[in-house]
Design a protein around this ligand. Structure first.
Ligand SMILES: CC(C)(COP(=O)(O)OP(=O)(O)OC[C@H]1O[C@@H](n2cnc3c(N)ncnc32)[C@H](O)[C@@H]1OP(=O)(O)O)[C@@H](O)C(=O)NCCC(=O)NCCSC(=O)C[C@H](O)C(=O)O
Ligand SMILES: [Mg+2]
Length: 302
């Protein structure tokens, strides 16, 4: 079962990356049902194609003014040569959020937030932060604290496991054993800051069993969703982050038990032999809300 999820964002279970230069993949989006799409101007775009990527992105958003999923643009770091132009292109697209990669300290977020505040049509944009460098990991709690400061616009953390592995020299190990401590810290930091938090990508596109297992692991760690690189990965992510029928039944049982007049005024009761407190009822209500949102979203797909 997924741990308590933040209500800061809509459902983000299946969040698909699309390189902004890949025209075919951009068009394919109209036939897919991810919860969110991250249009990438950073690592999926070669350095000599950054200008073309921005142009394609603007064209794409001009044609597709709305979409049934949350839309996020990943720009290059603001301290690098492409960051500012990427930010302006992203703002012109009116996405729901801008994803800043390789965030290492609070000032990275605050610089972007300040820049957005000086642009008139950027009022509603949220910022998502990728945590994927050793320095970003070391400064994680200070970055996540910005979730409590509305002016910082921060609403989600995204684990960049490829970069983290490459920059740290760690091998992920079987079942990601070596990186789990860092993933768990990201979830805790996100909860402390009231942020959503997404797991990193699974590179082995043809390995469906491996993906399902990693999505299950991400849900068990408390992530709100998984970032994906291929349409074939959407269903596995969706399944792992949707509360099962059994989980929903149990949640209803807990909610109903507390609503029963015989339990009126009680802070702790027994349900099916187990001690249950108000915190369990609150978690049950969140789970049912998540299941309801998922159900409504899939009705919308039909
Ligand atoms: C990896 C890919 C290059 C593979 O693409 P392709 O060879 O075209 O795959 P398929 O032939 O199997 O594709 C089948 C159809 O699906 C479309 N497609 C493929 N990928 C996507 C996608 N991401 N979104 C939408 N549609 C997609 C193809 O166009 C085919 O369509 P059709 O022919 O019309 O049926 C490709 O999958 C890819 O580029 N994926 C995304 C890569 C990416 O964005 N990478 C950067 C993000 S990951 C990262 O950086 C994480 C982080 O920073 C870290 O450090 O960990
Ligand atoms: Mg990365």
């Amino acid at each position: 079962m997924q741990a308590d999820s933040s209500d800061a964002e809509p459902s983000l279970s299946a969040t698909l990356f699309v390189p902004a230069t890949n025209e075919r993949a951009l068009e394919k989006l109209a036939t897919l049902s991810p919860d969110a799409v991250i249009y990438d101007l950073e690592d999926a775009v070669a350095p000599d194609r950054k200008g073309e990527a921005r142009e394609r992105l603007r064209d794409h958003f001009r044609v597709h003014r709305t979409a049934p999923f949350h839309r996020v643009v990943r720009i290059n770091p603001l301290r690098g040569p492409h960051g500012t132009e990427d930010m302006l292109a992203a703002v012109a697209c009116l996405p729901d959020a801008i994803l800043l990669p390789k965030v290492e300290q609070p000032s990275d977020i605050l610089t972007l937030a300040e820049a957005l505040s000086s642009i008139s049509n950027a009022a509603a944009f949220r910022i998502w932060a990728m945590i994927e460098t050793p320095r970003g990991m070391m400064n994680l709690s200070a970055v996540a604290e910005l979730g409590r400061a509305p002016a910082a616009r921060l609403s989600a953390l995204v684990a960049g496991t490829n970069d983290l592995v490459a920059m740290s020299g760690m091998a992920p190990g079987p079942d990601r054993a070596n990186i789990i401590p860092f993933l768990a810290q990201m979830v805790m930091a996100a909860r402390a800051g009231g942020l959503s938090v997404l797991d990193g990508v699974f590179n082995d596109i043809a390995n469906g069993d491996g993906l399902s297992s990693e999505c299950g692991q991400a849900a068990a760690l408390g992530f709100d969703g998984k970032t994906l690189i291929h349409p074939a990965q959407i269903e596995a992510a969706r399944a792992a982050f949707t509360p099962s029928g059994q989980e929903q039944d149990r949640a209803r049982q807990i909610v109903d038990a507390f609503a029963d007049p015989v339990n009126s005024g009680k802070a702790v009761i027994k349900v099916d032999g187990q001690m249950v407190e108000h915190l369990h009822r609150d978690a049950a209500l969140r789970l049912l809300r998540r299941a309801y949102r998922r159900e409504s979203a899939s009705q919308g797909d039909k």
